[in-house]
Design a protein around this ligand. Structure first.
Ligand SMILES: [Zn+2]
Length: 85
């Protein structure tokens, strides 16, 4: 858990106010050409990055907003301005 996270509505808050929502995997696969293997990969396979990754967070003890932010998994700290990947 990060020491602090920045909610886009409430601002910087204690990390214990938030619930982790998983890695941001980008847009969902196209359902018109979706195979069960592609869907399984999208839902269950994670890259487990050692470094900066984009993640979903829920402000559970605050405004109730879902938002994405960047966190360095090696330090567990939020990265405010990540470099382009
Ligand atoms: Zn909030």
């Amino acid at each position: 858990m990060a020491a602090t996270l920045t909610c886009p509505i409430c601002g910087k808050r204690n990390g214990y106010e938030f619930r982790y929502g998983g890695v941001d995997k980008g847009p969902r696969p196209d359902e018109e050409v979706l195979s069960s293997a592609t869907w399984c990969d999208y839902v269950h396979m994670n890259k487990c990055v050692a470094g900066i990754q984009k993640e979903w967070w829920f402000h559970r003890d605050g405004c109730g907003a879902w938002f994405t932010t960047y966190r360095d998994t090696t330090t567990n700290l939020e990265v405010e301005k990540p470099e382009a990947n």
